[in-house]
Write a protein that binds this ligand. Sequence first.
Ligand code: CAA
Length: 386
Amino acid sequence: MAFDPEIRDALIEQVRRFVRERCVPAENEVAEHDQVPADLVDEMRELGLFGLAVPETYGGLGLDMETECFVAFELGWTSPAFRSVAGTNIGIGSQALVLFGTEQQKETWLPKIASGEVITSFALTEPEAGSDAGGLKTKATLQGDRYVLNGGKRYITNANVADLFTVMARTNPEEPGAKGVSAFLVRRDLEGLSVGKPEKKMGQQGAHICDVNFDNVDVPADCRIGQEGEGFKVAMSVLDKGRLHISAVCTGMAERLISEMVRYATERQQFGKPIMQHQLIQALIADSQAEAYAMRCMILDAARKRDAGASVTMLASCCKMFASEAVGRIADRAVQVFGGAGYVADYGIERFYRDARIFRLYEGTTQIQQIVIARELARAAARGDL
Ligand code: CAA
């Protein structure tokens, strides 16, 4: 059933006001200090942002995918670091539990995740297993009623503040591919778990990624999510949803950049008139608007299909590929419309240009989305569904 439209609209309006009145004015400060201020994080907790996708039974808002995308459009309007604070709790850090957790696992963790008391991270990527996620090497060896975890994860978002990790690890050493992988809930305070220093990045200051290492970490067997060998499927199902969410964030950023372009082009005069009246500038802005509109439409379509129970693996990859590539083009055009000012930090456009670059990499590169789309088409053809 679709989310109540009145409640949905009130929530979107609340988030819009928070983003535009509280986050936008703090963008430079966040970039400079590489930190989202604590009072804004508290406000995000009060708004319920950490629990957007946690069912109401466990203290969350229980949004359907369509409504989550509407909220993500709003969050995308400002520096992505703000969204990232709650992003792992909303998506990749919580959804393995929501989709595959036992009742006891859900009762233990989801209320704290929804309130933002517990921060979660998704630990799939390793130094030698990025795009080839099924080739991961971190081991989980069953010993009695525990698994012993050894190995290391790389570039894990929010690991510096995470209390709980969803960790994909190999439980079957005889099976080198996706089938040998299982998923685990791993508490940060377990002995042998250590987190590296946040990496220095091209953009998205205020959002942090770190290595996570496991040195003989004892994980109780009841912390496994799903069956042994199901971990890769768990991770991919989480990413299907995460990719839609990221696409919606890209859309919000695209719309912000378009509004910045229009505002600047209306004020900036060259050759005796506002540059908005020059057709070559109009073309840059018009192309951006058409792409942003296409992003919105395709994401909402895919989200509604997911809400109706359809598999959206291919559609999520289409959205992620198109939206992340398009926002990159739009950020580039925004620099062009701003001219020299687009290259100067004070105007904030170069910051969005850098921030946008990661969207084409994380939660699956553009090239991985292409592989997924082509494979799904081939499978549909083999089933006679094309
Ligand atoms: N949903 C459910 N199950 C799925 C699935 C999905 N979307 N995709 C694959 N599976 C299942 C398959 O059905 C298959 O199971 P069976 O053998 O039982 O049929 C199993 O998983 C293996 O699938 P593949 O054969 O397709 O696996 P593969 O090894 O060829 O890899 C891949 C496929 C698409 C390339 C995958 O590895 C992939 O998506 N790679 C990119 C990884 C990625 O996105 N990493 C991002 C890290 S997270 C991140 O960035 C977070 C952050 O901190 C910001």
